[in-house]
Ligand binder design. Structure first.
Ligand SMILES: Cc1ncc(COP(=O)(O)O)c(C=O)c1O
Length: 260
């Protein structure tokens, strides 16, 4: 389905009210926010990534892979949080983390690196990093794990399931850029154990998914409750490790998606 428009006609005034009040995620009001082409592509991505659990996940498209990565990190990271990233991520993500998010006059994120590929190596680094930044953690700052698998350009495949488990056991979220593998060859969400599934999966459509070099676009896939909550409302749910958290509407990725 291809819908070439920037604005829309509305079926009724109630739709307009719901859409403008942020109550309804699927009513189109302006093409940067949403359009039927984007919704159908995002839904396909959820089907491919999550398969039989597609009802638990939602995807938002972005105008490039970098916009997806930037949008997600901008959304998640707070001042002086900590990112533990795989050494094997591509140059654009490295620069975004190190030069932008790590900049003291920006969010002053502590960016730390892991050279390994296994759950054990990430677990050990997570514990080191937690010790190093004990003061930040005591002040309520969070650790996020960020990795690429298979990575660009070396193609190393990381043990995403066990790395996710190591992060979740410690209460941290994990983000995986799965661009190079695509959901077909690298189905990181198709795990029965929720502890083994990353919280967010990113793709740059620009590469293997589009395949033809004619498109620049990106996507983030995450659990429903982290992607959209109607404006003014909140949801309480269990994190993979069983901890209960409440997310208000303005802590979902919807806000960043609107901006990109
Ligand atoms: C693994 C990976 N993720 C994300 C991106 C960024 O995607 P885009 O070029 O669509 O912004 C790239 C680009 O080279 C990449 O290789």
């Amino acid at each position: 389905m291809i819908t070439r428009t920037a604005t829309y006609l509305f079926a009724c005034t109630e739709w307009i009210e719901d859409a403008f009040n942020g109550k309804e995620p699927l009513h189109d009001i302006y093409s940067r926010l949403l359009n039927p082409t984007s919704i159908s592509l995002a839904n396909h991505m959820v089907d491919l990534e999550a398969g039989s659990r597609a009802n638990e996940y939602l995807a938002w498209n972005f105008n490039s892979g970098m916009a997806a990565i930037d949008g997600l990190l901008s959304h998640l990271l707070g001042h002086e949080d900590i990112v533990l990233a795989s050494r094997n991520i591509y140059g654009g993500s490295y620069q975004l983390l190190e030069d932008w998010f790590g900049k003291p006059s920006n969010l002053n994120i502590a960016v730390e690196w892991v050279d390994g590929y296994s759950g054990g190596e990430f677990a050990a680094r997570l514990d080191e990093v937690a010790e190093k930044y004990a003061d930040r953690l005591a002040a309520g700052k969070k650790i996020y794990v960020y990795l690429e698998s298979p990575c660009n350009p070396h193609g190393y495949v990381l043990d995403v399931a066990n790395i996710s488990k190591a992060a979740h056991l410690r209460g941290w979220d994990i983000i995986v850029d799965s661009t190079v593998g695509t959901p077909l060859l690298h189905p990181v969400l198709k795990r029965d154990d929720v502890m083994e599934r990353p919280d967010f999966v990113i793709h740059s459509y620009t590469k293997e998914l589009a395949g033809s070099g004619t498109t620049t676009a990106g996507v983030v896939i995450g659990r429903n409750e982290t992607m959209f909550v109607p404006k003014g409302e909140e949801v309480t749910f269990s994190k993979p490790n069983g901890d209960e958290v409440t997310i208000p509407w303005n802590e979902t990725l919807l806000l960043e998606r609107v901006l990109h």
